[in-house]
Write a protein that binds this ligand. Structure first.
Ligand SMILES: O=C(O)c1cc(C(=O)O)c2c(n1)C(=O)C(=O)c1cc(C(=O)O)[nH]c1-2
Length: 255
C-alpha cells in the first residue's frame, strides 16, 4: 500500500502526542499545580529515577544493534548526555541533585529500592522494545521527546512557583534537557520520516510511538494509585519514609 505523504505522516505522529502524552495525566496536573504533598513529590523522584537510569541502557541496547557508523555517531551523545564525564556527571547526576533538594538520600534513590513494580515493568518493557524491535520502531519510540520540551518548561515554572525546594540548582536536569532534546528529536524525526517508506512501516512507527506513550502513562498511573488518596502502596513500593533525610527541611504538605 502507498505510504502516506510525509506531512500527513508527521501530523499523524504529532496527533499521538496531542491525545496520549503524559502531560495530560492528573498526577502531572497535581505536581505542576502545587497540589502534591512532599511525600508525593518524593515518590515521583524515586520512581522517575528508574526511568532516567534505564534511558542510557536502552540507548546502549540500540547502539549494540546498529551497523551504520553514521547512525551510531549521531546516537551516542544520548548516552553522554545522561552519564556525562567522571568530573561533571550528566543527567543522572542532575536527577540525584533534585533528589537531594527534595530531602532524599541520593544513595537510596540510586539504589532503585522502593521503585513501584508497575514502574519497573513499564520501563523494562521500553528497554526490551528497543533491544528487540526493528530499528525504525526503536527510533520512533523515542519520539515522545517531541512533546517533552513543553512539559519540561511547564514543570520548571510550576515547581518554582509552588514548592520551596525548587531553585535553579534543583531543576537543572530540566533546563539542560531543554537544550539537549531538540537535537535528538530533530534527528529521530527525520530518520523516521525518511525510513518509513511504506504504509506498513508508517503504521509500525505510529504503533511504536503509541506504545511509548503507554510506557510513560503507566508510570504515572502507578504513582497515582500508590500515593494519591486512597493510597495503595504495593508490596515493595517506597513507604514514604525510607531514604528521607532527618534534616529534610520540607516536611509535610506542599509549600
Ligand atoms: O519529563 C518528561 O516528561 C520526559 C519525557 C521523556 C519522554 O517523552 O520519553 C523523556 C524525558 N523526560 C527525558 O528527560 C529524557 O531524557 C528522555 C529520553 C527519552 C527517550 O525515549 O530516549 N525520553 C525522555
Amino acid at each position: 500500500m502507498t505510504a502516506q505523504p510525509r506531512e500527513t505522516f508527521e501530523a499523524r505522529l504529532r496527533a499521538i502526542g496531542e491525545t496520549r502524552y503524559h502531560d495530560k495525566h492528573p498526577f502531572h496536573s497535581m505536581l505542576h499545580g502545587g497540589q502534591c504533598t512532599m511525600t508525593q513529590v518524593r515518590a515521583w523522584v524515586v520512581n522517575r529515577y528508574y526511568y532516567q537510569s534505564r534511558i542510557p541502557m536502552k540507548d546502549a541496547a540500540f547502539l549494540s544493534r546498529c551497523t551504520d557508523p553514521d547512525l551510531r555517531r549521531a546516537w551516542r551523545s544520548r548516552i553522554e548526555d545522561h552519564d556525562g564525564g567522571v568530573a561533571e556527571g550528566g543527567g543522572i547526576r542532575r536527577w540525584l541533585k533534585l533528589a537531594e533538594a527534595v530531602g532524599l538520600d541520593p544513595v537510596y534513590v540510586a539504589s532503585t529500592e522502593g521503585v513501584l513494580p508497575a514502574t519497573r515493568f513499564a520501563v523494562d518493557a521500553y528497554v526490551a522494545f528497543v533491544r528487540e524491535k526493528p530499528m525504525l520502531e526503536a527510533v520512533a519510540a523515542s519520539l515522545t521527546e517531541l512533546f517533552a520540551p513543553k512539559i519540561h518548561s511547564q514543570r520548571i515554572a510550576g515547581l518554582l512557583e509552588h514548592y520551596a525546594f525548587a531553585d535553579d540548582a534543583a531543576l537543572s536536569y530540566f533546563r539542560t534537557r531543554l537544550n539537549e532534546a531538540p537535537k535528538d528529536v530533530a534527528f529521530g524525526l527525520a530518520y523516521v520520516l525518511d525510513h518509513a517508506d511504506t504504509l506498513e512501516k508508517q503504521d509500525a512507527a505510529a504503533a511504536a510511538l503509541t506504545f511509548k506513550t503507554d510506557v510513560l502513562w503507566s508510570q504515572l498511573d502507578a504513582l497515582h494509585s500508590a500515593y494519591v488518596t486512597p493510597a495503595r502502596i504495593p508490596p515493595g513500593g517506597w513507604d514514604g519514609e525510607t531514604g528521607v533525610r532527618e534534616s529534610a527541611q520540607y516536611q509535610g504538605a506542599a509549600q
